[in-house]
Design a protein around this ligand. Structure first.
Ligand SMILES: [Zn+2]
Length: 185
């Protein structure tokens, strides 16, 4: 006898049934299937008996993936519950919360257990990084200088002009210097 599923799993399966329209079953074998996912634009292979689909979602979540649902619909069966992992079914859920969960008092009433503070682990420099903080500061200032150089109008004009013939360079640089002298509107 198959027991009903918890509401959250039931809702997920209903969503997957809607999404199964985007999957075409190309090769239905006895227990093995080849499907084409139109959304992902790729093929998947799955084995129902082993509860394995090469997309990995079935094995990872314990809930049949959209490809499995599509194969079950192709076979005109709707016993999706049988393909859901045991740990996601209602009996296991009830067993998890069968024991009493005791209430926790406010932290002001917690007893002091130790005077020793627990600190996070010290940082180890990673390979390829500057060994000292000084090196990092230098790198940051170099980055700032580079950004300023690239965004400053006069420097941008100089940069653009450097790759042009000398007569064009002169006209661009003179325009840039004359525009700096003019008041802004
Ligand atoms: Zn799948």
């Amino acid at each position: 006898m198959v027991t009903p599923l918890p509401p959250v799993v039931h809702r997920k399966i209903n969503k997957l049934i809607e999404s199964a329209r985007n999957v075409n079953v190309q090769y239905p074998g006895f227990d093995e299937f080849e499907v084409f996912d139109n959304k992902e634009e790729r093929k998947h292979v799955l084995v129902l008996g082993n509860q394995v689909c090469d997309c990995g979602m079935w094995q990872l979540s314990g809930i049949p993936c959209v490809h499995v649902i599509s194969c079950l619909l192709h076979r005109n069966v709707s016993n999706f519950e049988e393909h859901v992992d045991q740990k996601l079914r209602i009996p296991m859920y009830l067993q998890t919360y069968a024991d009493m969960i005791h209430p926790v008092p406010d932290k002001t009433s917690w007893p002091e257990v130790s005077d020793e503070k627990i600190w996070p682990p010290t940082k180890q420099p990673k390979p390829g990084k500057p060994p000292s903080q000084e090196g990092e500061t230098q790198l940051k200032s170099q980055k700032r200088t580079f950004v300023r150089t690239m965004t400053a109008p006069s420097s941008a004009a100089q940069f653009a002009a450097s790759s042009m013939p000398s007569s064009t360079q002169m006209s661009i640089l003179s325009q840039a210097s004359s525009s700096r002298g003019q008041p802004s509107h």
